[in-house]
Design a protein around this ligand. Structure first.
Ligand code: NDP
Length: 455
């Protein structure tokens, strides 16, 4: 009976994925994200045939709305440029759409759809009422002046403002969109709509932002990893930690890991990585914050300031042995060979700060070797959760203290971990965090969709 059921489930997955691929050609990242979820939840779906009859999964993979628009702007010389803007509003079953905006030359429909799909499950896990969305543009902020970035943001928001609002869709930052960009986007939204509302999160502290929002994704990642480590009687204390990226998530993951007693050895950007065998400290972190957030420099400058560190151009940090790997840069940045290096180096835990940074083959290697492994939709959910807390504070016209926000963040990351354990515990007692996160998120969204009828 069990094997017949298994075959039925396998057929269900294959049939479902064949349709997704046929209907969404040329979107490999979207296919990858959907397959990961479907593989986890198919046994549950096939045991609950009303979900098949109601085509819940078919509805979830079809975004409620996709907006694609032209973004014209002029550079400082007066030359005209045209970029493409996106907003994918994936699912609003449990709350207004919520998800970041990414400015990066690689942005395309596949990447937007995979991120909006992932966001739907992530937001469900946070325990807060937020639907899933994602947006962005193929605009590259690298090397642009503040004035150019401002003109681009104003043009982008001139169209986007028609589709968002504090009770409809509340964007935030992501790759290439930090405090500066949120400021320009918010300014233009307010100017066009003549309203001061919490329509964006990640705002400045003087104009509606929440304390600890910049820190939240990186800190939340470490709180989640702490919980994972605790299941094996381990902690960050004395552990060697490799981090990729040098942006928002990487910086605060590094700071928190360090403060929890770990030795943070690496940071990276798309040009290469730095390895500091002595580990980061508060003074070195202050240099990184200034380098990346004020001067907008490159991570290789770290070795000019701290010559005991080494710079590896064109490489990723995973070849350096570590106990804990925290990928915090971008999708598919841990491939098979990287996973083998992580395992060979003796690591015990891989917790994702970025969205989908590990390829399916690499996940199989990491899980197969018995490492603790968490998908980004669980371990990086602290960012959007704190955006949810920013929305609450905006609605109440209040500001909570950093301690209050940190307590909420801690509790939410613990709750997400508990949900992963509840739905992901295997017969041998280990926790499959991928299965746990996908199933917990799906059950919540599917329940809300069922309640609300065929919409
Ligand atoms: P930032 O733009 O602040 O930093 C991104 C970092 O990753 C930079 O160091 C960047 O290097 C590097 N990077 C970007 N693209 C690539 C690439 N193709 N190859 C190698 N390195 C790359 O972004 P965030 O820190 O905000 O986001 C990082 C990840 O975390 C993303 O996957 C994002 O979706 C995810 N995330 C972010 C949240 C947030 O609150 N900000 C919340 C949840 C998830 P370079 O400067 O060379 O481009």
């Amino acid at each position: 009976m069990y094997s017949i059921m298994n075959q039925f489930t396998r057929n269900y997955i294959d049939g479902f994925m064949a349709e997704v691929v046929a209907k969404n050609p040329g979107e490999p990242e979207f296919h990858q994200a959907v397959r990961e979820v479907v593989e986890s939840i198919a046994p549950y779906i096939t045991e609950n045939p009303q979900l098949i009859d109601q085509k819940i999964l078919e509805r979830i993979v079809e975004p409620e709305r996709i907006v694609i628009f032209r973004v014209p702007w002029t550079d400082d010389r007066g030359d005209v440029h045209i970029n493409r803007g996106f907003r994918v509003q994936c699912n609003s079953a449990i709350g207004p759409y919520k998800g970041g905006i990414r400015f990066h030359p690689s942005v395309n429909l596949s990447i937007m759809k995979f991120l909006a799909f992932e966001q739907t499950f992530k937001n469900a896990l946070t325990t807060l009422p937020m639907g899933g969305a994602k947006g962005g543009s193929d605009f590259n902020p690298r090397g642009k002046s503040d004035a150019e970035v401002m003109r681009f943001c104003q043009s982008f928001m001139t169209e986007l403002q028609r589709h968002i609002g504090s009770n409809t869709d509340v964007p935030a930052g992501d790759i290439g969109v930090g405090g500066r960009e949120i400021g320009y986007l918010f300014g233009q939204y307010k100017r066009l709509r003549d309203e001061f509302t919490g329509t964006l999160t990640g705002k400045g502290l003087a104009w509606g932002g929440s304390l600890l929002r910049p820190e939240a994704t990186g800190y939340g990642l470490c709180y989640f990893a702490e919980q994972m480590l605790a299941t094996r009687g381990e902690s960050f204390q004395g552990k060697k930690v490799n981090i990729s990226g040098a942006g928002n998530v990487a910086q605060y993951a590094a700071q928190k890991a360090m403060r929890l007693g770990a030795k943070v050895q690496t940071l990276s950007d798309s040009d290469g990585f730095i390895y500091d065998p002595e580990g980061l400290n508060e003074e070195k972190m202050a240099f990184v914050f200034e380098l990346k957030n004020i001067r907008r420099g490159r991570i290789k400058e770290y070795v000019q300031k701290y010559p005991q560190a080494q710079y590896f151009p064109g490489e990723r940090p995973w070849k350096i042995a570590c106990d804990i790997a925290l990928p915090c840069a971008t999708q598919n940045e841990i491939e098979e060979a990287d996973a083998e290096n992580i395992v060979k180096g003796g690591a015990i835990c891989v917790a994702e700060g970025a969205n989908m940074p590990t390829t399916p083959e690499a996940i199989r290697i990491i899980q197969g070797a018995g490492l603790l492994y968490s998908p980004g939709k669980a371990s990086n959910a602290g960012g959007v959760a704190t955006s949810g807390l920013e929305m609450s504070q905006n609605s109440m016209r209040q500001r909570w203290t950093a301690e209050e926000v940190d307590n909420y963040l801690h509790r939410i990351m613990q709750d997400i971990h508990s949900a992963c354990v509840k739905y992901g515990k295997e017969a041998d007692g280990t926790v499959n965090y991928v299965k746990g996160a996908n199933l917990a998120g799906f059950i919540k969204v599917a329940g809300a969709m069922t309640d609300q009828g065929l919409v």
